[in-house]
Design a protein around this ligand. Structure first.
Ligand code: 5GP
Ligand code: ZN
Length: 116
């Protein structure tokens, strides 16, 4: 069920515009509004899931779909050779600000380790 107050559910519903770069039956990928790297794409399940902490037994297919979309987009963005990062924040203490599961696909610049 979509959460009426959830920003990313509203993007899935088309109520808020987004620069969508890939869509599958169960997932959506769109450019981050405030990119932190030359490529910065958010990949989300269309279903409202708060974070990885809420992933359950029924989510295996959608998670595989998200990983495959990330690899596909890394290729189409031209960062598959230079390297890319896929990161998800769980909880405000880790930097999560939108409470609908999303993976940040980032690349196009040198990525430092460890992340801050
Ligand atoms: P978090 O901080 O939860 O890991 O990541 C949330 C991300 O969503 C941030 O990188 C932020 O820039 C992005 N974001 C917030 N609001 C919007 C929006 O309305 N549209 C898009 N495309 N990205 C957003
Ligand atoms: Zn949501």
């Amino acid at each position: 069920m979509p959460e009426t107050s959830c920003l990313f559910c509203k993007i899935v519903a088309g109520e808020i515009p987004a620069d969508v770069v890939r869509e599958t039956e169960s997932t959506l990928a769109f450019r981050d509004i405030d990119p932190k790297a030359p490529t910065h794409i958010l990949l989300i399940p269309k279903e409202h899931v708060v974070s990885v902490a809420d992933v359950g037994d029924g989510h295996a297919d959608v998670l595989a779909d998200l990983m495959q979309s990330a690899a596909h987009l890394a290729h189409t963005e031209g960062i598959d050779q230079s390297g890319w990062r896929l990161v998800t924040n769980v909880g405000p203490g880790a930097g999560q600000s939108v409470f609908h599961l999303h993976f940040h696909l980032m690349g196009g610049r040198a990525m430092t380790w460890p992340p801050g």
